[in-house]
Design a protein around this ligand. Structure first.
Ligand code: FES
Length: 83
């Protein structure tokens, strides 16, 4: 399986299916937990924090959590499969 890295630690397979990544170490929240919350109807970051606990500890994960959540609310391809 070939992998590429986008930004810091976000890894995607070539078919653009995201793999699991811990976004919030304080609360053990993964990127897929944030996407699942968005799919379940969470629409604000406050609601996301209540639903998952993300970014309710030290707060260092907030920028990444917001980025993952915003992507989940407006999914567009992050990579293009090479020819
Ligand atoms: S890493 Fe998320 S609150 Fe600390």
């Amino acid at each position: 399986m070939r992998m590429i890295s986008i930004y810091t630690d976000v890894a995607f397979e070539w078919d653009c299916q995201p793999t699991a990544m811990y976004v919030c170490l304080c609360k053990c929240v993964r990127d897929r937990d944030l996407r699942q919350a968005a799919e379940a109807g969470v629409r604000s970051f406050d609601e996301l924090q209540q639903a998952t606990g993300v970014s309710t500890g030290c707060g260092r994960c907030e920028d990444m959590a917001r980025e993952v959540f915003e992507q989940a609310l407006d999914p567009r391809p992050l990579c293009v499969q090479p020819a």
